[in-house]
Write a new protein. Structure first.
Length: 395
């Protein structure tokens, strides 16, 4: 089962969702390796980068769009609220040969983004949404690079936008649309409403529709595709500490019942591989301004701390060693701690396969003043959005 996104053909209809602080080149490579081990592939998207910061060539933004030499397709997710700025950022990526696929972020629910009219808030202003998509597509078209849209159902249950946004994205030339089947108000809480993916698939008929939300196992992906008719899946939190999920997805979507059930020793091996890849990544991206933290191994050890609990979820590992692994400072230190554990400990099954990562709770969405008055956007508000965009982090 494959997926065509414009000129790109993915061997497996799976996309790794961009996650801030997670989907750097090291983690993407680990996930790609797992998919390839099962004969599969997919698209593995970088962390979100803001269009304004990219145009200003900030060091962080350039690191966010960096890819391994053999990485293909090179997928970059852009955030922006101004059509002209987004188009210029896309053009920069094209001219400098930095991307084979551009994804536009209309799904981020965090307050620092939505209060500036971006992310999941932006599709409410349907004219602005259409202009951003259209200008991005126009900038990428001469280079044969597809532009896709990732969005949520809407701001909240009273302000749903996904059906109209899907129609607009399709009409403006987007190569695919992906729907996280929650509203911004839900954040990551509760259960994703897969029926919304079904409705979007009924409305958007000429380009692929991808489903996102509550894909914890490969069987969840099969069920989503069967229930909704979507063309592929986007996986985010389900792969945290479980990069082998991409091997399972490759097997499942190729019709195989084979699934990965790693022992604790195999999980520790993946953690060590992740740590080595991080060290390699930081060795390449170290900047003079960060000389005090330029020791790539030390930076890798700090970065992997956030992953420790996810990797060890469900396994019988004492709290003392868990805490020590989360404070490890060297590869030798990691090896010493891992050596104290029983590598033959079996995969704990369902204890590993449930929800993980941030969930939060439903909340009132932070929005610009007067945002919900209507879908029209006056020039003064647009000028304020342009000014506010510069203060959004993410590159």
């Amino acid at each position: 089962m494959s997926l065509r996104i414009g000129p790109l053909v993915l061997d497996t209809p799976v996309v790794l969702a961009p996650m801030a602080g997670i989907t750097n080149p090291a983690f993407r490579r680990l996930c790609r390796e797992q998919a390839a081990s099962a004969g599969g592939g997919g698209a593995f998207v970088s962390e979100m980068v803001t269009s304004r910061a990219l145009l200003e060539r900030s060091g962080e933004s350039l690191r966010l769009v960096a890819h391994d030499p053999d990485e293909y397709p090179r997928s970059v997710q852009l955030y922006g609220v101004d059509p002209t700025t987004v188009a210029a950022a896309v053009r920069m990526l094209m001219v400098e040969g930095l991307a084979d696929h551009v994804d536009l972020n209309f799904g981020c629910p965090v307050p620092k983004v939505t209060r500036k009219g971006g992310g999941a808030a932006l599709p409410w202003k349907s004219g602005l949404f259409g202009a951003v998509v259209a200008r991005a597509v126009q900038a990428a078209a001469p280079f044969g690079v597809p532009v896709t849209v990732k969005m949520r159902m809407g701001i909240d249950a009273e302000h749903l936008t996904y059906l109209e946004a899907g129609r607009i994205a399709e009409a403006e030339g987007a190569a695919a649309v992906a729907l996280h089947a929650r509203t911004a108000a839900q954040y990551y809480s509760g259960t994703a409403d897969w029926s919304a993916i079904t409705r979007l698939r009924e409305v958007v008929t000429t380009i692929p529709v991808l489903g996102n939300g509550d894909i914890w196992t490969a069987d969840d992906a099969l069920r989503m595709i069967d229930e909704t008719g979507c063309d592929g899946v986007v996986v985010g939190r389900g792969c945290l500490g479980r990069p082998w999920l991409f091997a399972d997805l490759a097997h499942a979507l190729a019709g195989s019942e084979r699934r990965t059930r790693p022992s604790l020793g195999e999980v520790l091996g993946l953690m060590r591989r992740h740590l080595l890849l991080l060290a390699e990544h930081f060795a390449v991206t170290a900047l003079p301004a960060h000389r005090e933290t330029a020791d790539a191994e030390a930076r890798a050890c700090r970065d992997i701390r956030k992953h420790v609990a996810w990797y060890l979820k469900g396994f019988a590992v004492g709290q003392e060693i868990r805490a020590a692994l989360a404070l490890v400072e060297t590869l030798a230190g990691f090896d010493a701690l891992a050596g104290q554990l029983d590598p033959a400990q079996k995969y704990p099954g369902e204890l590993v396969e449930g929800p993980r990562g941030r969930s939060g709770s439903p909340r009132t969405v932070s929005l610009p003043e007067g945002w919900l008055a209507g879908p029209e956007l006056d020039q003064l508000t647009l000028a304020r959005l342009r000014a506010a965009e510069a203060s959004v982090s993410g590159g």
